[in-house]
Write a protein that binds this ligand. Structure first.
Ligand code: MRU
Length: 370
């Protein structure tokens, strides 16, 4: 997508053909900075510290992390160590495990002298595939938006609510939840996006708003607790979120607070869709509430906030009463019964085992059996 008219991806190979470069998302929206990743440690650290974040981009960064490891030392030992190191970086987004497995599959039985080139090639493919997948999600989601818009009085915008950042910054390009929005906007549809700020890290206020603003998509940032009120008053036509891991039976794990939006949507008959690439499906898992590992992060993310002053200084301040304990659960699980449908690259399906299996019969059969 474009920033000030210049096309960008979130991750790319530097001119030396070895270093990986990423947009440092901890600096957005106040500064646009590019960070070089030169080692697998750099890649793991970028994932852990959320320099890069969002399930598909975590996967893409892990793939390049494996390539960086092979450039350094293509031994069997290093292959295993690199995989382990990356897998530990964040627990919830299953795309990380998927990408590491994809890399292991092409590297494990390969002669050492070929591993570097093969790893860079597969990592680049994973990035290109992500862009293609998200474009398909966009096209499939656009049909849903058109259908809902057609039922609205002429001249009224289609109001879409989204949570966190499942935008192009969370992927290699396009985003998942945002892909249909960008396509709708680009095709001349009258849309408006309600952007949940998404405490504690504010991915909505900082990243989704940044993206939509730079692309010219009309949007409004709202406090996280506003969605239910807007739905009661007919101001939300559809909710679309992303996901970090969707079980083979359609339970959706996503950024903390997604579940509450789904409950409010159900109570108000607002369609609640989840956009996801197939690497986000964990076919081996059926009960999301019991089975998905929920990341708990530092309490500092809740007790502190970062912003920019009128003089342009970026500062961090405390916002919680001194001494009060804080808890920071990063994700929650929305049960499949609250999800209207899943928008994937292969089409739209029910959030159910049968719906998912119909779109992805092979992976569903092979991985569910493992
Ligand atoms: O903690 P984050 O910022 O990595 O969480 C991101 C989300 O929850 C996104 O909604 C999800 O990864 C889908 S990204 C297309």
């Amino acid at each position: 997508m474009k920033i000030d008219g210049v096309p960008h991806r979130t991750i790319w190979l530097a001119e030396d053909g070895q270093t990986v470069e990423v947009i440092d998302q901890t600096k957005l929206p106040f500064r646009f900075e590019v960070l070089p990743l030169k080692t697998v440690e750099d890649a793991a650290n970028a994932i852990y510290t959320m320099v890069v974040r969002g399930a598909p981009l975590i996967g893409a960064t892990a793939a390049y992390g494996m390539a960086l490891a092979m450039a350094d030392d293509p031994s069997d030992d290093n292959l295993e160590v690199a995989a382990e190191q990356l897998l530990k970086a964040r627990p919830t987004a299953v795309n990380l495990r998927w990408a590491v497995n994809e890399m292991m599959a092409v590297l494990r039985n390969r002669p050492r002298e070929e591993r570097r080139a093969v790893a860079y090639r597969r990592a680049a493919e994973i990035c290109d595939e992500d862009v293609e997948i998200n474009a398909s999600i966009g096209r499939n989601g656009l049909e849903i938006l058109k259908e809902i818009a057609a039922k609205k009085p002429a001249g009224e915008p289609l109001n879409i609510l989204t949570h966190c950042n499942a935008g192009w910054l969370a992927t290699v390009d396009w985003g998942t939840a945002t892909a249909p929005m960008y396509m709708a906007h680009d095709s001349g549809m009258n849309i408006h996006v309600w952007v949940d700020e998404t405490r504690p890290r504010n991915q909505g206020a900082a990243l989704t708003a940044y993206e939509l603003g730079h692309h010219g998509v009309p949007h409004t940032v709202i406090a996280d607790n506003t969605g239910g009120h807007l739905m009661q008053h007919g101001k939300v036509d559809i909710v679309i979120t992303g996901t970090d891991r969707t079980t083979g039976s359609g339970d959706v794990c996503n950024k903390i607070g997604t579940y509450l939006k789904a409950l409010a949507a159900k109570d108000n008959d607002v369609p609640f869709y989840v956009a996801l690439p197939s690497p986000t499906i964990d076919f081996g898992l059926s009960d999301g509430v019991k089975g998905v590992p929920i990341e708990q992060r530092s309490g500092d993310e809740v007790s502190k906030m970062t912003g920019v002053t009128e003089t342009g200084d970026v500062v961090t301040v405390d916002i919680v009463a001194q001494g009060s304990p804080v808890a920071n659960y990063a994700f929650d699980v929305t049960p499949a019964r609250l999800v209207t449908g899943l928008i994937t690259e292969a089409g739209v399906c029910d959030a159910s085992k049968a719906g998912i299996a119909a779109l992805f019969p092979e992976r569903s059969r092979d991985e569910a059996a493992e």
